[in-house]
Design a protein around this ligand. Structure first.
Ligand SMILES: Cc1ncc(C[n+]2csc(CCOP(=O)(O)OP(=O)(O)O)c2C)c(N)n1
Length: 300
């Protein structure tokens, strides 16, 4: 009898990733795929472009994947998923989830065209972006999903304040504008919520999109054991709200009982340590405004 026979588990027991992955200590992206596969089970084919996960899985024959996976060019996740889906259809196979698994750079920047095209053509696939808010595999360069104010290797601070100057690209809203059947956000700090959404998405026909916040200790500048806590701060400060959009209907899945101050989230990480008070105040106002807008969308 192992420990899990004695305690009530809230997460599926099955693991579809083996031990010994090559992720950094405290990698949020690694948890994101681990939980996703717990939700999907073994009937899945994963498409992974250039990103941290192209490395984390390790090399054949030592790969941690216990399910089929393909690695393709950085920009091609959407196109590859569409091709796999067409192939499965031609063979009459209907019980396999086609999963696109890409970082925020591969999704919001270089892969957005292939993703948008595949969604517009109504392919039957699940696309998940694990968002660590920069190009981490190549050293932490800024992406379209890097939040305003963050220090990255291409937005260094130095004496001149070259932090990221533009607001984070809102991928869930961009995907929702495609009028697809299911769009959701999730965070690795709330695995039950994440798994519920992946399970729900896997039962829906057509294109589906989930955006998972996956904190990265290496580039965000906090110690590895704080990954879960940092993810919680993002959600509880409303910087990264958890919600789903099912056929255009918004539902917030986690409303913080007590909204924590935005600066508590920002100052938990080295990448925001340089921020002057005025900029923290500007970010706070925008976070509050976006949260109010989301609450209104939920009511309609
Ligand atoms: C066309 C092309 N440009 C650049 C690269 C180099 N490259 C490999 S991974 C990567 C970063 C990927 O960032 P992201 O998608 O955010 O995933 P993460 O590394 O953060 O997991 C880059 C720039 C590439 N492989 N192909």
């Amino acid at each position: 009898m192992d420990r899990s026979d004695k305690i009530k588990l809230t997460l599926p027991k099955e693991e579809w990733l083996g031990h010994g992955n090559l992720g950094c200590q405290g990698c949020g992206g690694t948890l994101a795929l681990r939980y996703t596969l717990k939700a999907l089970g073994k009937r899945v084919i994963i498409t992974i472009p250039a990103c941290c996960w192209a490395v984390i899985g390790g090399f054949f024959p030592f790969t941690v994947f216990k399910v089929p996976s393909t690695q393709i060019a950085f920009e091609a996740t959407g196109a590859c998923c569409a091709g796999i889906e067409a192939g499965l259809k031609a063979k009459g196979i209907e019980d396999v989830t086609v999963l696109g698994w890409a970082g925020d750079g591969g999704t919001a920047d270089i892969g957005i065209q292939a993703l948008s095209g595949a969604v517009e053509r109504n392919h039957n696939f699940l696309y998940i972006c694990y968002d660590n808010e920069a190009y981490m595999n190549t050293g932490g360069q800024k992406s379209g999903c890097t939040p305003l104010g963050a220090r990255t290797t291409t937005t260094p601070v130095g004496t001149r304040g070259y932090w990221k100057k533009s607001w984070k690209k809102n991928m869930p809203e961009i995907m929702a504008a495609h009028k697809m059947p299911y769009v959701a956000t999730a965070c690795i700090s709330y695995p039950e919520d994440l798994i519920k959404k992946v399970k729900k998405a896997s039962a829906i026909q057509g294109p589906r999109y989930i955006h998972i916040l996956a904190p990265c200790p290496t580039a965000w500048g906090y110690s590895p054991e704080k990954t879960i806590a940092v993810g919680r701060l993002a959600v509880e400060s409303c910087v990264f709200p958890l919600y789903e959009i099912e056929n255009g209907i918004y539902k917030i899945t986690k409303k913080p009982t007590k909204k924590i101050p935005v600066e508590e989230y920002l100052l938990s990480q080295g990448r925001f340590k340089h921020l002057p008070n005025e900029l923290i105040e500007f970010i706070r106002k925008n976070v509050d405004k976006e949260w109010e807008e989301l609450l209104k969308k939920e009511q309609h």
